[in-house]
Each structure stands twice: as structure tokens, then as C-alpha cells.
Design a protein around this ligand. Structure first.
Ligand code: ADE
Length: 226
């Protein structure tokens, strides 16, 4: 997970206790359940800037070092995301990843490198689980900006993106390379194609969406195939 505001409610809901940090990158924080069956890995604060280290770079490092330490059976990229009016999105909606997760903001029009840029790493098929829990399953995509210039909007429309976040594709890339099953669980804080400025809508809804996430993630974890 990326943000304190998103992860603190889950930490308390699951009673996850501090479980150390990687020696090499001590700003990453781990929190574990008593039996260590659940570990929350948080990117932590960027030491230079003093804010939560959001985005794909930190997500890659956190995922790699966390797999090395904990050797998980599943990786879940959990957090908030932007949704889309055009595709039925609304604030508070819970999205579980379905299909490949792409980087919608990386463009390299050279053979082979175009696909490298896109990512497109798989997510597990959890459509039945999502339906049972009352969540929506659908395409997720990732970019390193909170806003969305026209080229990104086009890429997300072509992908059918339901959840636009800043980490999932990076986490999925590491999971794919290391052979760990992956999913994403995202709660919508703002509507990308809506009327309200994204940063304003995100700030207004972050706390309530994070409370929804604190219900959704434990329910999803309890229902993941063994
Ligand atoms: N997280 C929450 N809302 C987002 C958005 N609109 N874009 C990227 N990440 C987000």
C-alpha cells in the first residue's frame, strides 16, 4: 500500500503489528498479523520529501523487498483509485482487478518496447469472488500522475479502465516476474471524467473511501483461493 490514510484503517481492522523494515530501504514498513498469514507492506514516507512515497518506483521496490522477506502466496495492491462516469463508476465503488494491468502513461512506439512500456501483467481471475462480495471486477491501469492528459484518457478508454491508480501495474510486474499470484482491490475516491477537480475530490473522499477499503480488503483476503 502507498498512503498512511489508506492503510491505517486496515491495520487497525486486522490488528496488524509493526514487523520491521528492509535493511536496504528502511522507510518501507511492514505490519503483520499474529500468525504472519497477512503482511501489510507500506511504501512509507519519502525521506527527502516527507510525504507518502506514492507511485510506481516505490511500489516496485516495496514489492520486491517484501516478496524476498515474506514469500507470500498472494500479493494484493490495495488502495484508492479514480473511476469513470462513462463506465459506471462512482465514489465508494470497490473494484477488483480483472485482466492485464497496464501502464496507461508509458508510450514507446518501437517494436517490443511498446509492450514493455504497457506492462500488461496478469491479475488472477477473481470474478466469482468479486461478485459474491458485491464488488465490481474490471480493468485497472496505472500512471504516475494524479491528473490525466488526453493521451492517458485515450489509453484508458481503449483498455476499458475502471480503476486508475498509481501503483498496481508496477506491483503486478514484480508479482509476474516472481511467479506470485496478484490482484488489486481499489476504492474509487474521484471521477476522472467528472466535473470536480481530481485533487479536490480525492481529498474530500479519501477518508470515507479508506473506511470502505478497510471492510473490502479483509473480506477479499478471506475469500482468496488457498
Ligand atoms: N488514486 C485516487 N484517485 C486517483 C486518480 N484519479 N488517479 C490516480 N490515482 C488515484
Amino acid at each position: 500500500m502507498a498512503m498512511h490514510a489508506e492503510s491505517d484503517p486496515i491495520r487497525s481492522r486486522l490488528d496488524l503489528q509493526p514487523a520491521g523494515s528492509p535493511e536496504l530501504w528502511p522507510s518501507i514498513e511492514w505490519f503483520a498479523s499474529d500468525d504472519e498469514s497477512i503482511v501489510l507492506a507500506r511504501n512509507g514516507r519519502d525521506p527527502g520529501h516527507g510525504v507518502d512515497a506514492i507511485g510506481t518506483g516505490p511500489a516496485t521496490i516495496t514489492t520486491l523487498l517484501s516478496v524476498q522477506r515474506w514469500q507470500p502466496r498472494w500479493i494484493v495492491s490495495a488502495g484508492t483509485a479514480g473511476g469513470f462516469n462513462a463506465r459506471g463508476g462512482h465514489v465508494g465503488q470497490v473494484i477488483v482487478a480483472d485482466g492485464p494491468v497496464i501502464h496507461h502513461d508509458r508510450r514507446i512506439p518501437l517494436p517490443g518496447f511498446d509492450q514493455l512500456a504497457r506492462g500488461g501483467h496478469p491479475s488472477a481471475d477473481l470474478r466469482d469472488v468479486a461478485t459474491r462480495l458485491g464488488f465490481v471486477s474490471g480493468p485497472c491501469s496505472t500512471g504516475d500522475s494524479l491528473d490525466a492528459p488526453p493521451a492517458d484518457i485515450e489509453a484508458m478508454a481503449a483498455h476499458g479502465t475502471l480503476a486508475k491508480d498509481m501503483e498496481a501495474a508496477a506491483v503486478a510486474g514484480v508479482a509476474d516476474r516472481l511467479g506470485v499470484r496478484f490482484t488489486a482491490c481499489k476504492v474509487i475516491t474521484d471521477i476522472v471524467d467528472g466535473e470536480i477537480a481530481t485533487a479536490e475530490e480525492f481529498r474530500a473522499n479519501l477518508a470515507t473511501a479508506s473506511a470502505v477499503l478497510a471492510d473490502a480488503v479483509p473480506a477479499l483476503l478471506a475469500d482468496l483461493p488457498a
